[in-house]
Design a protein around this ligand. Structure first.
Ligand SMILES: Nc1nc2c(c(=O)[nH]1)N[C@H]1C(S)=C(S)[C@@H](COP(=O)(O)OP(=O)(O)OC[C@H]3O[C@@H](n4cnc5c(N)ncnc54)[C@H](O)[C@@H]3O)O[C@H]1N2
Ligand code: MOO
Ligand code: MG
Length: 421
């Protein structure tokens, strides 16, 4: 007699998993390797930026008080006593009606408080001395880039858990982070199970298919921010699978298997969990695809039994494995970001379970529009390529139509959503 499985709602399944979250750990990586990693500490300004007043233009640094009488009719002459580029600091004292020829980025002479752009000054030489004249008034602070105008020492800049983007790399460099505190990547083990599986390079044979799940999930693990150890594919043989799973579990933070999780004669994962004495958190979820998704825990380590069907496998990872990975990367909001969009195609299929439809989300006239990215069956691979989101179609309706407002979960986003959705 087949064991009867009781489906639980997606939210409940997610919460059962999140009960096993562990806080992440810090490691230091070179700034050169930090792009795309997640900050393990809040970033604070360790000094003012810039840390000195500087010129934002190529021009002449002057004492604004000296310019008071300048006008078109009354050009004022200044003696140019020094000439400095960025990286240099003048050693001259700038007296009244004196100026320093200064280039963009150079530190302002102490006595000066305004900069005249080169284009607005007339420069000339007389008796071996340099002069320039101006025809307008300058106020204190005109054309000066002030100390601390970009950031003030102690200011909070970026939150722990944020994914390092090119702008954050600039901030890290600005504050001298040669080594960056980032979240250690959780290590996720992966097996693809199935006697029918061929390696990518192998020619097709009757009854066999190439193993696409391993490559798909590896990329999803990477996209989530974790590290994958791919242990290879396993035939549908109990002892081989049991031993492999038991051994691999020692080496990883979590273990993902694909396939062998349903009720078939060669679906060995349920029996493997039993022999391992792992606690099954759930083995049926009220969703499509991925209803067979099973998650167990063994000594606090999670075992994700994702469906073998490619689309079910994909969705199972995003809903159940990604949030706990993101939590270990210090994300405050580890769940997929949810937004509202307009459905622009009919979706008449009815279902008692909530559907997570692979969806191409796009902008149209400033609005988010959603359409299925292909055929919506759990054994379909092709619709995955165009999916940048999952449309949530709650069960128990007669389907959905063009123009309906729907909720979508964004797959390429790094902001996340509040929980519960
Ligand atoms: N009598 C029932 N049969 C099935 C049920 C059910 O409730 N009662 N559920 C169906 C649903 S829904 C799904 S989803 C699948 C889940 O199957 P398994 O997780 O046990 O996975 P397998 O049986 O190993 O494989 C299913 C399917 O996926 C292909 N597959 C497997 N691994 C890969 C891979 N690495 N790359 C590409 N494709 C893969 C495999 O060849 C099968 O076609 O069960 C239904 N049956
Ligand atoms: O887990 Mo199956 O869709 O429910 O594909
Ligand atoms: Mg099966």
């Amino acid at each position: 007699m087949l064991e009867k499985r009781t489906p639980i709602p997606v939210g409940e399944a997610v919460e059962k998993i999140m009960a096993y979250q562990k806080s992440g750990s810090i490691e230091y990586v070179s700034i050169n390797d930090s792009f795309g990693r997640f900050l393990a500490e809040d970033l604070k300004a360790t000094n003012d930026v810039p840390h000195f007043d500087r010129s934002p233009y190529d021009g002449f640094a002057v004492r604004s008080a000296d310019t008071k009488e300048a006008s078109m009719e009354n050009p004022l002459e200044f003696e140019v006593v020094d000439h400095i580029g960025a990286g240099h600091v003048t050693s001259k004292q700038v007296g009244s009606f004196q100026a320093v020829r200064i280039m963009t980025g150079a530190q302002m002479p102490e006595e000066c408080d305004a900069v005249v752009m080169l284009e607005l000054a007339k420069a000339y030489e007389r008796n071996g001395k340099n002069y320039m004249s101006i025809k307008r008034v300058y106020n204190p602070g005109d054309n000066v880039s002030f100390k601390g105008e970009d950031a003030k020492e102690g200011e909070s800049l970026v939150k722990k858990g944020t994914r390092i983007n090119p702008g954050i790399q600039a901030i890290l460099a600005t504050f001298g982070y040669a080594e960056v505190p980032v979240a250690q990547k959780p290590v996720i083990g992966l097996f693809a199970t199935g006697t029918e599986l061929l390696e990518v390079h192998e020619p097709l044979e009757p009854g066999k298919i190439r193993n696409s799940n391993a490559h798909m999930i590896s990329a999803q693990i990477d996209r989530a921010g974790a590290e994958v150890i791919y242990f290879g594919k396993l035939p549908d043989e109990f002892d081989t699978c049991f031993n492999a799973v038991k051994e691999a579990l020692e080496k990883v933070d979590m273990l993902i298997t694909t396939g062998g999780v349903s009720v078939g004669d060669f679906d060995y994962l349920p029996a493997i969990y039993e022999k391992l004495q792992a606690e099954v958190l759930f083995n049926k979820v009220a969703m499509r695809p991925g209803s067979v998704t099973t998650v167990a825990q063994h000594e606090g380590k999670l075992l994700f039994g994702l469906s073998g069907n490619p689309s079910a496998c994909y969705v199972g990872f995003e809903l159940f494995a990604r949030p706990i990975i993101r939590r270990m990367l210090f994300a405050e909001k580890p769940h997929l970001r949810k937004e509202k969009a307009e459905l622009v195609a009919d979706f008449p299929k009815a279902n008692p379970f909530t559907r997570f439809v692979r969806t191409a989300l796009n902008y149209s006239n400033g609005r988010l529009v959603a359409a299925p990215s292909g055929v919506d069956k759990s054994n379909i691979v092709m619709s995955l390529a165009g999916a940048n989101s999952l449309m949530i179609l709650p069960g128990g309706t007669r389907g959905y139509g063009k123009g309906d407002e729907v909720e979508v979960l964004l797959l390429e986003d790094h902001e996340g959503s509040e929980w519960p959705w």
